[in-house]
Every structure is written in structure tokens, then in C-alpha cells.
Design a protein around this ligand. Structure first.
Ligand code: IMP
Ligand code: MG
Length: 177
């Protein structure tokens, strides 16, 4: 199914399932090597990152913990500019090696707002792993440490990413036409 419809928009296939899964294995291998002998705490940002977090986590061979928080700034196809936290962080990150898991870094606004709240709690280290990075869309500069795919500044859905609530269940990633 190369072209699909979600709500009122048409989308074309952009990243097939095999490419996503292959890249996630490579990202996990890098993290396994970088954190050998350590016990990092992964913080996955809901909703969008749930599939990426689950698949990446399965390929980790190091001791690792995971926790989830819910942040949102998007409505429809645009960032609202406001970042809302609706489920907070329940674990203590003081002295921990922390890795944030994001589905996509777009303008950088979400993490720009959230990172100071984490650094304030004095983790030992703090890194960002994102499946997708729209580096052309940067407004708040961030340097994600692990990037799956650098993609053009076009709206995408699938593999956890939604367009107004729909499209998250797709195994592939689709780009708006
Ligand atoms: P940022 O705050 O602008 O970096 O945007 C980050 C959040 O916006 C992501 O975690 C996604 O939830 C959402 N987002 C950004 N771009 C897209 C997209 O192309 N499709 C679906 N959601 C997106
Ligand atoms: Mg998100």
C-alpha cells in the first residue's frame, strides 16, 4: 500500500518496516557498546515514542531500566508552541545515566522545555536518542546523540507518530503528499 489516507490527507510510504527495524538494531548496538557495564535509565516520551521504545528496548543486552512521561505540543500538523506535561516522572534520576527516547525531534521545543527539568535533578549523564530528526526544522538547537533517520521537514505518520490521533498503528512511516 504505497499511498494511504489519514483523516483528510494523503501520505506516501517513506520508511518501510525493514528499514526502521534494521536502523533500530544499529542504534541499540551503539547504545550497548557505549553503556557496557553501566545501567542506564531510559525515559520514553509518550505518546509517540511507544513503538520505538519497545523495539529498541528489546535489542538492549545491557542492564537497563525504562520509565515513561507524557509531554505534548502538537495539535493536528502544527506545533502549538506550548509543551504540556500530563504524566510526570516518578523515578529519581539523581546520579543516573539517563537516555531520553523520542519518536521525533522537530523544532526542538519539547526537549528544550523538558531537559532543564531533568538537569536540575542532577543525572550523571543525559543523552537523547530519537528515531527521527527534522534537522531543517530546528528552532531550539539540540544535538540528539543517537539519530535513526534525519528526515526532510515534511509531516510524517506511522510507527507511533500520529496525525490528530490516527496513524500510530502503521508499521511503516509515511510522508504527507
Ligand atoms: P518539537 O517539540 O517541535 O521538537 O516536536 C516534537 C513532537 O512533535 C514530537 O515528539 C511529536 O510528537 C510531534 N511531531 C513533530 N513532527 C511530527 C510529524 O511529522 N508527525 C507527527 N508528530 C510530529
Ligand atoms: Mg512525541
Amino acid at each position: 500500500m504505497p499511498v494511504i489516507k489519514v483523516h483528510d490527507k494523503s501520505f506516501d510510504i517513506y520508511l518501510p518496516e525493514e528499514s526502521i527495524q534494521q536502523r533500530i538494531k544499529e542504534m541499540a548496538a551503539l547504545i550497548n557498546a557505549d553503556y557496557a557495564g553501566k545501567k542506564p535509565l531510559f525515559i520514553a516520551i509518550l505518546n509517540g515514542s511507544f513503538m520505538f521504545a519497545a523495539d529498541l528496548f528489546k535489542h538492549l543486552t545491557i542492564d537497563a531500566e525504562i520509565s515513561f512521561i507524557k509531554l505534548a505540543s502538537y495539535k493536528g500538523m502544527k506545533s502549538t508552541g506550548n509543551v504540556v506535561t500530563s504524566i510526570g516522572l516518578e523515578v529519581d534520576i539523581f546520579g543516573r545515566e539517563v537516555i531520553i527516547l523520542e519518536d521525533i525531534v522537530d523544532t526542538g521545543k519539547t526537549l528544550h522545555h523538558f531537559l532543564p527539568k531533568l538537569t536540575h535533578q542532577q543525572p550523571l549523564s543525559l543523552k537523547i536518542a530519537t528515531l527521527l530528526h527534522k534537522s531543517e526544522a530546528t528552532v531550539f538547537p539540540l544535538n540528539p546523540d543517537y539519530v535513526g533517520f534525519d528526515i526532510p521537514n515534511k509531516f510524517v505518520v506511522g510507527y507511533g507518530l500520529d496525525y490528530d490521533g490516527l496513524g500510530r498503528n502503521l508499521k511503516e512511516i509515511y510522508q504527507v503528499i
